[in-house]
Design a protein around this ligand. Structure first.
Ligand code: GDP
Length: 472
């Protein structure tokens, strides 16, 4: 049978579509980091560079751009309508206002999808087609959620004892003392008193907020207490570490209807639905991951905050422990195949300190790597500024030329020039803390010009590492 012209064309078109679908690529890139590590700024800038800045001048290290193979990028509908959208337009609006503002950070999970059109470089793909599309999903989630990982393996009483130990040591102890005293009134065998449990859970949440916001600490569990998202106020979050746990055997079975039984039930529900749910529904679907860390603020805040950041990074890295027998692998078979650690806000330091910042991050990550097997996943570290708010140069001080940065202070808008201090290239010891003073100043962003993409430092190198192989 002879196929008519138009039918033949249709078949050809179908064949082409199928081929195209086979050639199209898809990457789910997850962006995480503790609160204020710079996730919102990073995603805003990444999207902005791809939408507006794809030329050699702005992204010189991004091969697809340098080789003139980048054809364009568009935002398209996100794949999961039930996940909040990353608010790119609002972020850009804040950065374009006069005076420019930093975007509002997201507080939970959000996503956004881009379609990137490009000309394949070589190999079968370039022979079969002129253009290809990379669908890029960017998913933003709080690093605090990864700190809950150890709970997957824990029983309530064990968890309680671990948290009590933290609460009873400085810098937490002085602030936690009065809460601990109140919580000691809870007798495990008393009948359930919902009001008391709720009040204590709310006060415990306030404590966690104080540890984070005033003491600059990061090691805070359960993570959803700080960033509850749609779970805010839900009874699922009305539990806390029980001081009486120190006198109870792990094997005890709680009597039904008692305070202890209610606390155990809530903890189990949190672990099984909230923590497991996140790993199963989201984490296991990520292909690539960037972990952002602000190492500069803890350097400013002092040794307790820095030690805490180190421990928090170690815990975060546990989620990427891909040893075959790891808990995560057994439960969810995650598939992340590329991992980047980035020290953010590098525009807060003078350029000759950037290598120190990378070395410091390398050490923070390295300590953890001893416990973690990345199982052949390409893994890199770098220092970047998603949205550069300062300019670097030199200034004269007592007849000497010294490196300096210049920007506008975030609170007053006043223009300042300063040398913020030396970043240690190893984990700081007591001597460093005695002799050095690192001055971290929050800078206001520079107003975005309509025809210019956001200024950055090394965002192109981050893009090259995270996406380069998918754009060949
Ligand atoms: P998130 O909580 O992880 O989403 O953090 P954000 O992206 O909201 O960043 C927190 C704050 O850090 C911002 O409001 C800025 O003050 C600052 N920040 C983030 N990225 C940069 C950067 O590249 N340069 C500078 N100078 N400040 C930054």
């Amino acid at each position: 049978k002879i196929t008519s012209g138009s039918a033949w064309q249709r078949i050809q078109q179908q064949g082409f579509d199928i081929l195209q679908r086979g050639l199209d690529r898809h990457v789910r890139l997850a962006v995480t980091g503790l609160s204020r590590s710079g996730k919102t700024a990073f995603i805003t800038s990444l999207v902005n560079q791809l939408l507006e800045g794809c030329d050699n001048q702005h992204l010189p290290f991004f091969d697809v751009v340098r080789q003139d193979r980048f054809l364009g990028c568009r935002r398209i509908s996100q794949p999961h309508p039930h996940i909040p959208s990353f608010r790119y337009d609002q972020a850009l609006q804040a950065l374009s206002s006069q005076p420019a503002q930093w975007p509002e950070p997201t507080r939970g999970l959000s996503e956004l999808r881009l379609a990137i059109r490009f000309r394949p470089e070589k190999g079968v793909t370039s022979w079969l087609t002129d253009t290809a599309t990379l669908f890029l999903d960017i998913v933003d989630y709080p690093g605090e959620w990864l700190l809950d990982l150890p709970m997957l393996n824990q029983q309530y009483l064990v968890w309680s004892r671990e948290q009590l130990q933290l609460l009873q040591s400085e810098p937490r102890a002085s602030k936690a003392a009065s809460w601990l005293q109140k919580a000691q009134q809870i007798k495990p065998d008393d009948p359930v008193n919902e009001d008391l449990l709720r009040d204590l859970a709310e006060e415990y949440t306030e404590l966690l907020h104080y540890f984070r916001e005033t003491l600059g600490l990061h090691l805070l569990q359960p993570g959803r207490f700080l960033l509850p998202g749609e779970m805010s106020g839900a009874p699922l979050l009305h539990f806390f570490p029980l001081p009486a746990a120190t006198q109870l055997e792990d094997s005890i079975s709680p009597v039904p209807g008692t305070q202890l039984e209610q606390l155990v039930k809530r903890f189990d529900a949190y672990r099984d639905h909230v923590v497991k749910g996140f790993y199963k529904e989201h984490f296991a679907q990520f292909d690539r991951q960037i972990v952002l860390a602000d190492c500069l603020q803890p350097l400013n805040a002092g040794p307790a905050s820095f030690r805490d950041l180190k421990r928090a990074i170690e815990l975060i890295l546990e989620s990427f422990n891909y040893g075959r027998s790891s808990l995560l692998n057994r439960l969810f078979a995650p598939k992340i195949d590329r991992l980047l650690f980035a020290a953010t806000k590098a525009d807060h330091i003078t350029p000759e300190q950037h290598s120190h910042l990378v070395a410091l991050l390398g050490q923070l990550v390295h300590g953890a790597k001893q416990h973690v097997r990345f199982d052949g996943i390409p893994c890199d570290t770098m220092a970047l500024a998603s949205i550069r708010a300062t300019t670097a140069g030199y200034c004269q001080h007592q007849g000497e030329s010294i490196p300096a940065i210049q920007g506008n202070k975030a609170d007053t808008g006043e223009a300042i020039t300063l040398f913020p201090g030396e970043v240690p290239n190893v984990l700081p010891n007591d001597e460093y803390w005695q002799d050095n003073h690192f001055e971290f100043v929050s800078f206001a962003p520079q107003a975005k010009q309509p025809d210019q993409p956001l200024a950055h430092i090394r965002l192109d190198q981050a893009l090259a590492f995270l996406l380069g192989d998918k754009l060949q």
